[in-house]
Design a protein around this ligand. Sequence first.
Ligand code: LMR
Length: 394
Amino acid sequence: MFESLTAPPPDKIIQLIQKFREDPREQKIDLGVGVYKNASGITPVMEAVKEAELRLWNSQTTKTYTSLVGEIGFHEVMIKLILGGSIPRDNIAAAHTAGGTGAVRMAFEIIKLASPESSVWISNPSWPNHRAILKFINMNIREYSYFDRDSRSVDFSGMMSDLKDARPGDAIVLHGCCHNPTGSDLSYSQWEELAEFLLERKVIPIIDFAYQGFGDGLDEDAKNLRMIASKFPETLIAGSCSKNFGIYRERTGIMLAVVQENKTKSVIQSVLSSLNRLSLSFPPDHGARLVTMILNDDELSVLWREELEATRKNLQDLRVRLAGELRDLTGSDRFGFLASHKGMFSLTGCSPEQVVTMREKHGIYLVGDSRINVAGLNEDSIPQMARAMVNSGM
Ligand code: LMR
C-alpha cells in the first residue's frame, strides 16, 4: 500500500544542513539554518541554562506527566516575557507547545477549526514551513507582498495593496520581529497603520515570534506585538525559546491566545488542551522547566539577559562589519542594507545562479532564496565572504 505514497518535497533549509555536512572543504561557511553560532562556530549552551540544568538535576524528584498544556509556571513567565503587563491575565489562554513550530501549527489549526473556509495570508517571502504546514492541513493560502528587492526593505505599499483582498475572518501571519527570511521589519508607525487596516477588515493576526531579543532588545522587540494584542478582539501568538535561550532541540514553545471576551477564553483554553492531546498528549518538559527556573530567579535571569544581549550585539556587529567590508571592496553602499536588517537573517537578493556559485565555487552555503544567517560568519570569515559575494557578481 505504501507504494502509493509520494515523497514530500524536501524543506530547502533542512536539505542544506545535509549538503553542508557532506562538503569536505575546510574553508566552507554555513549560512543556512537559523541557529546562532559564536565566533568559534559553536552553538553554545548558555551559562544560565547550564546552571539551571544543574539545579534541576539536583532538585527534580519526578518525571511524571505535567498537564496537557504544560506547567502553569511556564505560562506565567512566558506571558510576562512576551506580553509584559499589556494584557489582563484573564484574557490569555496558553499552552506549552513543541517548539515555536508547534505553536505555529496550533495557530493554523485553531483558524481551521473556527473557520475552515478562511484564508491565511503569509508574507512573500516567508519561512517556508508556514506555507508547507498550511498546505498540509488544507488551508487556503494567500500571499501579500513584503519585500522590495531593489531597496532590500519592506514593500509596505505593496503589502497594503494586496491585503485589500482580505475578507473578514481571514488570518494573517506577521513576524513579530526579525522577519524570516528577509531581516527587514516594519516600522512602528507602519505596524500601527497595518493594525487599523486589519481591524477594520476583521482579519485575525497570528504573530510568529521566534526571535524575541535578537532585534532591538527583549521589550523593544515585543512592542509591536503588544500593541496588536491590546487592540484586536482575538490574537494568536506563537512564541519560541529555541533561539533566545539557545535550547533548539528541547522544543520549547508557547501558544498564547489573547481574547477580549472572557467567556471565549475558557473555550479556547480547552481547544489548546485538546490540540496538544491529539498530537503529542503532553508537551516536552525539560526546556520549559529551565526557562521557568531562569526567569523566576534574579541571578539566573540577569545572567541570561546578559548572554542574550551579547548575542544580539554580536549579530549587529557582524552586520556592520560585513557591510563595511563590502563598502571598501565595491566603493559603493549597495550592501548597506545588511547593517540595517534585524536578527539573524538577511535576504541578499542575489540570483539562484549566484547562490549556486557561492556554494560550489566558494563553499559558502546560503538558502536558495538568497537568505544568509549572519551568525555563521565571524571576524576571520567576513573578508572571505565579502570577496566571494563580489566575485559571484552580487
Ligand atoms: C530557520 O528558518 O532556519 C529556522 O527557523 C530553523 C527551521 O526550522 O527552519
